[in-house]
Design a protein around this ligand. Structure first.
Ligand SMILES: [Zn+2]
Length: 475
């Protein structure tokens, strides 16, 4: 019997104590996730999980899922969840189907509001959400709105957003990280996650590998004074188990259960770290901006986009290339930090007009970008100081980053896409260029794309060279 045959109930005491004793403890939020229950058979322990959550026997449980069949050993995961619960509880199922115009369920305003109402009408004592990224994002909002105890049964190791208090929602067509609520318990059963489509597991590696460029962006934002929340403790902790995961990328690529469980564990840690940071910055930088723009473009067209993590993986290679070029430029010295490149309202609205002719999407982006643009105008001296003191920052950033070929090799070993044309489906080349060119206009966080723009190192020529380098790495 291997360890994976055992169900482990982790009440996260060890992690809580480690964070409490860290130098950055005062700036970190508490972990309100009570347990991570993992291992083969974890799903069957749902009644004891609900018992520990003080849900009385005979209570009403709403199980929330989408309409996509998902395997659990040789049965459907939803049937397995119902079977585990319906001897002890009154179980009711809410299944969410994609809108006719969309390929998959979107976490947009109307879908979220409708699901909240459907669950509210059932007045359950507890919500059990069964699914992957988008469904769990919706489940966290429902649990928050209705103040419900919330158990998440994770069905794929596809993203790092399960174990935190944020949901990525589509607000006026814009991907927005929105505060929601920690789940009370996260259930990770290899009987489900190792049977998810292999592309979802490979996507999970792509989402996880964003931690390198994202942490560098987070540090930069702190260094210039835009967001001073950077935590060295969290930046270090998020990569604690990464070497072990790297040793298993080949096995991950064909879905070997132990490797998938290892990935799920890394993704959970990544989620917990975003949760205690109170922001997604530890694992969301330039690579996520590029991915979000690709997704928003596809959503606006009503066509499917490649999975979140697969896009983030490719964009993480891109972000590593961008970071190397920007560092090289700054290390040469004599860099001009100019405010002339800061976008105007008209420019932002024009960039996003093709996605929403009515302009609400562009206005949503401008409302976030405007704050950053104003901050830049008032802090040019701070930005110039960081540029002039670059070698001291470069040393820290160099330790946070990994080279593009390291990230590409990890993705290749797991048979995950490395370049945009390997995505399924591949986004059109002009949309890829658009997402790289305008990623920094999406939100009010400062990162490498903003710095590249301000030092005049983000012109069409630069973008072409980055994409050429990406293509060469993928050969
Ligand atoms: Zn992500």
């Amino acid at each position: 019997m291997s360890d994976l045959d055992l169900v482990t109930v982790d009440d996260l005491t060890e992690l809580r104590e480690l964070l409490l004793s860290s130098p950055d403890a005062s700036s970190l939020l508490t972990i309100d996730l009570r347990e991570v229950v993992s291992g083969d058979g974890a799903l069957a322990t749902l009644p004891s999980i609900l018992d520990r959550l003080a849900i009385d026997k005979g209570s009403s449980i709403t199980v929330l899922s989408d309409t996509t069949p998902k395997r659990y050993h040789d049965m459907d995961v939803l049937d397995a969840v119902i079977e585990a619960l319906d001897q002890t509880y009154r179980v009711d199922v809410v299944r969410v189907a994609p809108e006719p115009s969309a390929a998959t369920v979107l976490a947009d305003e109307s879908t979220v509001a409708e699901v909240v109402e459907r669950v509210r009408r059932r007045a359950p004592n507890c919500l059990v959400c069964v699914g992957s990224g988008t469904m769990v994002d919706i489940g966290k909002v429902v649990a928050n709105e209705l103040s419900l105890t919330h158990v998440v049964v994770q069905t794929a190791a596809s993203v790092n957003g399960y174990a935190d208090a944020h949901s990525v929602l589509l607000v006026k067509g814009v991907k927005r990280t929105t505060p929601s609520r920690w789940p009370d318990v996260l259930v990770i059963d290899p009987g489900a996650i190792a049977r998810a489509p292999i592309a979802m597991t490979r996507s999970g590696l792509g989402d996880q590998i964003s931690m390198f460029s994202a942490a560098a962006d987070w540090y930069l934002s702190d260094a210039v004074g835009f967001d001073t929340s950077y935590s060295p403790t969290l930046a270090s902790l998020i990569r604690r188990d990464f070497d072990e995961l790297m040793a298993a990328t080949g096995a991950l690529g064909w879905g070997e259960p132990e490797a998938v469980s290892r990935l799920a564990s890394c993704l959970t840690l990544g989620g917990l770290i975003m949760g205690v940071a109170g922001r997604t910055a530890p694992s969301s930088g330039a690579e996520h901006l590029i991915s979000h723009l690709l997704e928003m473009h596809a959503d606006a067209e009503g066509i499917p986009s490649a999975s979140h993590g697969s896009q983030v993986g490719v964009a993480s290679v891109v972000a590593a290339i961008i970071w190397r070029r920007v560092r090289e430029r700054l290390c040469l010295g004599n860099v001009q930090v100019g405010a002339t490149n800061v976008a105007t309202r008209e420019h932002v609205l024009n960039v996003f007009a093709p996605l929403d002719a009515a302009g609400a999407l562009g206005q949503e982006c401008w409302s976030a970008y405007e704050r950053k643009a104003t901050w830049i105008q008032h802090h040019l001296d701070d930005l110039r100081r960081v540029a002039s003191e670059w070698p001291q920052h470069d040393e820290v950033i160099g330790q946070l980053l990994r080279p593009a070929n390291f990230i590409a090799t990890a993705l290749r070993d797991a048979q995950a896409p490395i370049s945009f044309d390997q995505l399924s489906p591949p986004p059109p080349a002009n949309v890829v260029s658009w997402s790289l060119t305008y990623g920094h206009l999406l939100r009010d966080r400062f990162g490498v794309l903003d710095l590249a723009v301000l030092i005049g190192a983000w012109n069409p020529q630069d973008i072409n060279e980055v994409l050429d380098e990406l293509r060469e790495l993928a050969l």
